[in-house]
Design a protein around this ligand. Sequence first.
Ligand code: ADP
Ligand code: MG
Length: 242
Amino acid sequence: MTSAAPHPVLDVRNLVKLYGEGEAQVRALRGVNLTVERGDYLAIMGSSGSGKSTLMNILGCLDIPTSGRYLLDGVDVSRLDDRQLALVRNRRIGFVFQAFNLIPRTSAVANVELPLAYAGMKGPERRRRALAALATVGLADRADHEPNQLSGGQQQRVAVARALVTAPALVLADEPTGNLDTRSTDDVLAVLDRLNRSGRTIVLITHEDDVAQHAKRLIRLVDGQIVHDEILRRDTDTAVLA
Ligand code: ADP
Ligand code: MG
């Protein structure tokens, strides 16, 4: 990574996403403008059908917009082909999903190593980084446990470790606490909060107000447009990652 990058992590201009054609056409995003600076912690809220998943899929390079421009970490990704998008996903974005999406019957550390394996990193270095990521989420002592030997909250912390092991520019979390009880929700949010304090940029989709309150900034989507954009708090103690 370059030091003190001058560009925002996310820079989205006039993003439009249409599904279908003619009478059946759905305008899922209707001109979204959004800039997210390095070190920010953004919560995206909105009712069902408001376009949250569509926006997340585009921000995560899982889908492309119908029109508009999208710079991720300074790179224009709106016109990349599938292979290039896959590379950007692997190198620059860490995903956390509601359903954890860990590989069953596979140890926590092997799950965390996976994105590094895809990136072609060799065994010993891979293992070292995966163990460090597990330590970051407080699970150093669970490295050899398989998903079914871990609680929901622990599984989601393994998923967070997997998301951050590649040192991505951005962590995208889609309803990461949607399947968790209150205690585990607190554990996972504490990890995300700590990651953000250490300089990681986080975008969090949630339905729950008290989850969104962990973020520094809150936007609300209605019918594919941002109708609300609010600074919740300004941290003075956030490190800016080199
Ligand atoms: P949210 O995640 O906020 O519930 P979505 O982004 O999933 O909203 O959906 C936004 C709108 O786009 C909805 O009207 C939805 O029905 C529509 N939509 C989403 N995906 C598709 C698709 N693959 N084909 C057609 N319409 C879609
Ligand atoms: Mg959705």
